[in-house]
Structures are given as C-alpha cells and as structure tokens.
Design a protein around this ligand. Structure first.
Ligand code: SF4
Length: 327
C-alpha cells in the first residue's frame, strides 16, 4: 500500500497559515500543525485554528532559544525588538528537527512572497530557509509557483501545478480563497507578537540595559502595569486597573514586595529586584501617589513580604508621579 504523505506546517492561526493547510490537504496530504510559545506570544490563535481545521497541533515552548536571538539576532531587528528573520529561521529549524525525528515528508508555512516588504521578500525567504538548515524541504504553498522547486515537489510528493502563485500585500486572493474553503473566522494578521509593539519593545530594551539575563517572570511582567525604575537593579510595577492589580499580585516571589493603600482605593504595586528592600519608601510614595488621595496630605501604604506586613505613611506629593517612570 502506498505510504501516506505527511507534512508539518507552521500555524500562527492567521488566514495565510489556515489557507496553506487547506492547499496542502487538498492534495490528500496528512497535516500536523506546529506553533510556538514564549513570553512574547502564545498559542491561542493557533489552537483555535487547529481545532477549526481538525488537525493535530504540536505546541513548543521555545523561550530559551528564542530569547537568545531576541537579545542578539544575527540578522538584526525589524522596526522594533522583533528579530523576525532569526525567529522564523528558528521555528523552521525546530520544524525540520521534528520532520526528521517524527517522519514527516516536508515542512510548510503560510508565508506569501512580498506580503511583508522586509521579512517576506525573495531574499528574506531564502535567508530564513537557508539559516534553518532545511531549505530544500520548506514549501510555501501560497507562493510556491513563484519560488524555486523544493525537494517534495521534485520527488512527486506534491503537485506543483496545484500550488499557488500569490504575492504582494493585497489580501484579495486570500479573502476569496477563504470564501471558497468556507473559512469564516480568523484573527487579524498583525496581532499577536509583543515584540512588534513599540511600547513593549521599549520596556524590554530598558530591562535588558539593566539585566542581560532577566528571569522568565520579569519578561512576563513587562506586559502589565506602569513600570518605574527605582534603582539600577530594581523596578516597581504599578497596576492600572483591577484586572492588572489581580495579575500583578500573583507575581510576588521571594525577595519581592507588594504595596497597596490601606484607606483609599489604589493600585497594587510590586517591587522586584535584588536591592528592592532599600527602596521601600520610594515604592510606597509612588503607590500612594497613584491612589485616590485627592486632597489628603498623608496616605498609609501596606507593604507585604512573605506574609509579613509593615505600614509606611507617605506624605503625598504629586511630583512623585512622573519620577523615574519608564513609560
Ligand atoms: S513577528 Fe514575532 S513571532 Fe513573528 S517572526 Fe517576528 S519576532 Fe517572530
């Protein structure tokens, strides 16, 4: 009996990756999805897409390897802290290793030639694939007819004529294909990766300037609250609403301090860093001045560490609001 051809595809959950699956499946090929997680993006959209497509999905946390390239990308950054060429190459390298270990015949992605002028032009697609070490096995079904023939096409595992020739930034063909395939729900293609967000990137850059090897929780914390640098080594994170207050208080770890006002509504604040205990007063001041102190000249702030509490009385001073604020 003829062996069924099996392919592993990078799934972001966006329309292009969904269409790429459909195009490959239309040749009777069995598809498994692959997506990645790290503190900068998650697997939520990919999981929803895999469920809709009814395909198995492998979810890989590649934080360690990915963070190395975020800190030092051989091919540089995009507009913000996004190392797209090396990030994509790393994803394809891991896909290639899975292909070898799990017996897939080839890898595919939803990339479209020239859809993104910098990271998806012909040269970038080649650099990404070449850097991954698996270039011959990487098929881009949406633009395949415009690209060099790959090994699975040469071997007859894939019919090149049934692949597509989409290119450019217009989404018209993808939208009409979505209708043909009856795909109704898909997320916005721009969303998802925090490294493309300028405010987030500025925070990350500032963190790396003070600590080249931050802990996982410090990267996660970058998503929440206002951030104040109280010393070279320590930071205060101030919740901006109830939801963030609830999230931030869960980040309390050994050596960190939690602040909240006692008598007036105010934020939950988390002070983290090796010299945090030397900056309790400054942290309490910031906490008080982001609280509803109105005309009060004094505010009591509770400081918690490892189930021990102390009260710090702050003379309110609006000038503290902006002092040391990162963004
Ligand atoms: S946008 Fe983010 S997830 Fe996508 S390739 Fe660039 S760095 Fe990686």
């Amino acid at each position: 009996m003829k062996k069924k051809v099996r392919a592993i595809g990078l799934i972001s959950g966006g329309l292009d990756s969904i269409l790429a699956v459909k195009v490959i499946q239309s040749q009777g090929i069995k598809v498994t999805g692959l997506c990645f997680t790290c503190p900068f993006f998650g697997s939520q959209h990919a999981k929803a897409a895999a469920k809709g497509l009814n395909i198995p999905l492998i979810v890989k946390d590649f934080t360690e390897d990915h963070f190395l390239i975020v800190k030092n990308p051989p091919h540089g950054y995009g507009k913000t802290m996004n190392p797209c060429i090396d990030c994509h190459a790393l994803m394809l390298k891991i896909a290639g290793q899975l292909m070898e270990n799990k017996g897939f015949d080839f890898i595919f992605t939803g990339e479209v030639l020239n859809e993104r002028p910098l990271s998806q032009n012909r040269q970038s697609l080649h650099v990404v694939a070449n850097t991954s070490g698996y270039e011959k096995y990487i098929v881009r079904p949406l633009s395949a007819k415009l690209l060099d023939e790959t090994e699975p096409e040469k071997k007859g595992l894939l019919n090149r004529q049934a692949l597509l020739d989409i290119q450019g930034r217009s989404r018209k063909r993808q939208i009409s294909l979505a209708q043909e395939f009856d795909i109704k729900e898909y997320p916005n293609p721009a969303g998802g990766c925090l490294l493309t967000d300028r405010a987030f990137s500025n925070r990350l850059k500032e963190l790396l300037e003070h600590n080249v090897d931050p802990a996982y929780f410090e990267l996660q914390l970058l998503r929440f609250g206002r951030h104040f640098r109280v010393s070279s080594h320590s930071k205060l994170v101030v919740g901006r609403d109830e939801l963030e207050n609830g999230i931030i208080e869960k980040f309390i770890i050994e050596g960190s301090f939690l602040f909240r006002t006692d008598e007036v509504p105010g934020p939950v604040c988390l002070l983290v860093g090796p010299d945090a205990k030397e900056h309790l007063d400054a942290a309490a001041c910031i906490c008080a001045n982001y609280s509803d102190t109105k005309d009060k000249t004094e505010c009591k702030v509770m400081c918690e560490q490892a189930d021990k509490y102390r009260e710090i009385t702050v003379i309110t001073d609006k000038a503290f609001r902006e002092k040391g604020r990162i963004n």
